[in-house]
Each structure stands twice: as C-alpha cells, then as structure tokens.
Design a protein around this ligand. Structure first.
Ligand code: COA
Length: 215
C-alpha cells in the first residue's frame, strides 16, 4: 500500500538552499553521489543549482515531509537565461578559487566530457522556441513513489501557466525517470546518448529530452 505522505509542496525559500544543494549532489549520477566523479560538492552544487536558487528563486518549489525538505523542482521560465554572463562569470571565479581544475578526478571527468563533445553528443536540436522554460526535479531516494514528484510537477506547471509561459522542456539521463515523465504527460522530443560516464558505469547513458506545451 502506498502511504499518503501528506507532503507539503510550497515555494522555495532561502532557508531551503542548503538542502536543495545537498540533494542535488547526493543524486547527481543517476541516483548516485557526485563525489564518485567530481571532487568538490560546493562547486558541483553551484553548477547544478546556483542559477535557479539565486537568480530565479520564484520559479523553484520544494516538497516538505515531516518537517524536512525531501525533494525539489528548480526551474527557469526562459532556459536561455541560464547562460547569462554574470552567472557564468561567478561559476568561473568559484572554479578558480576552489582549484577544482587541479584535482585529478575532475580533470578525468572534464576529459571524458570533452571526448563526448568531440563525438558531437552535445549537438542535440534546440527546443527553446516552442518550450522556453526548463526544470530539474529530484526527490530523495527514501521518499520516492509517494506522489511527491507528481505534486512538484503539478505546482510548477501551474506556476508556468499563470506566468503565460508557452512550454517547458528538459533533459534527463535516467531511464527510470523517463517512465515518470511520460506518465506526467510529457512528450519525448529527442533521444540521444552520452558516453562520458562510461569510464565509471561501463555503459553509455541515454539522453531523453521531454517537452510539454502549456498554451
Ligand atoms: C522521477 C522522480 C522525480 C519521480 O518522483 P516520485 O515522487 O518518486 O514519483 P510519484 O510518486 O510522484 O509518481 C507519480 C506517478 O508516476 C509513476 N512513476 C513514478 N516513477 C515512475 C517510473 N520510474 N516509471 C514509470 N512510472 C513512474 C508512479 O507510479 C505514479 O503513478 P500513479 O499516479 O499512476 O500511481 C523521482 O523518482 C526522482 O527524483 N528520481 C531521480 C532524479 C531524476 O531522475 N530526476 C529527473 C532528471 S531532471
């Protein structure tokens, strides 16, 4: 029987920032921690969440269960804004300050990403015209299967509609999560693959891009 968690889905607040960052690092590699392939949780969490929590917090929601944040959806109404120069500059400064590029684990990861880039694995079509918004969703492993993910998606889509956003798209490398997104009414827009984790997982990962029109 599925327990009704009575999770509260609410807007992100500043005090949720650390927990969002912690969950993002704990589940980065298809549910496994980022420390497997990257040394430096702070910088990794910055790359994954900083734009959303610091530049567009109004587009973020968290799920609270029994007084604890157990999941989040962090979004952007216009995905192209994630490439804004002041944000990228901040990440660059933090990269230099943390000496992340001197750590062998990180160099190995960057090397494999570069190999993927040269194999043109990053050259997927752009979907921002019809689906300008984007999202990242994560529910803590212990709290999955309790309708928390569905609640977060519902709250975020409602918000985007109120804001008059035409559509939303996002990428996932999780085969398992793809079933969830189909179930939530998202359309598969593109399927590719990513090989940059093969040196750890010994297989390629699929890359799914899902989208949903909102008007
Ligand atoms: C994907 C994820 C957000 C789903 O959240 P969740 O809280 O576990 O899912 P829910 O309990 O809300 O499920 C809602 C519905 O989707 C279904 N569902 C959930 N996961 C599913 C899966 N992997 N495949 C098929 N259906 C799935 C549930 O059965 C439920 O269906 P029902 O309403 O008919 O009973 C969560 O598992 C997760 O955080 N995964 C890891 C992170 C990730 O991959 N994020 C995506 C990258 S952006």
């Amino acid at each position: 029987m599925i327990e009704n968690p009575q999770a509260v889905i609410r807007k992100f607040q500043k005090r949720d920032r650390e927990e969002v960052r912690r969950i993002s690092c704990a589940t980065a590699l298809v549910g496994k921690p980022s420390s497997i392939f990257f040394a430096g949780d702070e910088l990794f969490a910055d790359c994954l969440t900083l734009y959303f929590t610091d530049y567009e917090p109004e587009s973020c929601f968290v799920a609270e269960w029994r007084g604890k944040v157990v999941g989040y959806i962090i979004g952007a109404k216009d995905a192209s804004r994630i490439g804004r120069k002041d944000f990228l500059f901040r990440i660059l400064l933090k990269t230099i300050a943390s000496a992340a590029l001197l750590k062998p684990k990180n160099l190995l990861f960057i090397w494999h990403c570069l190999m993927s880039f040269f194999k043109r694995e990053f050259s997927e079509p752009g979907f921002s015209q019809d689906y300008p918004a984007t999202l990242h969703i994560n529910v803590h492993e212990d709290s999955r299967g309790l309708k928390i993910g569905a609640g977060l998606i519902g709250a975020y889509l409602e918000y985007l509609k109120e804001e008059g956003v035409r559509g939303v798209h996002f990428a996932t490398m999780s085969e398992r999560a793809s079933g969830f997104f189909s179930q939530q009414g998202f359309e598969l827009l593109y399927k590719g693959k990513r090989s940059y984790f093969r040196y750890i997982l010994h297989h390629d990962l699929p890359l799914y891009i899902y989208g949903k029109r909102l008007s």
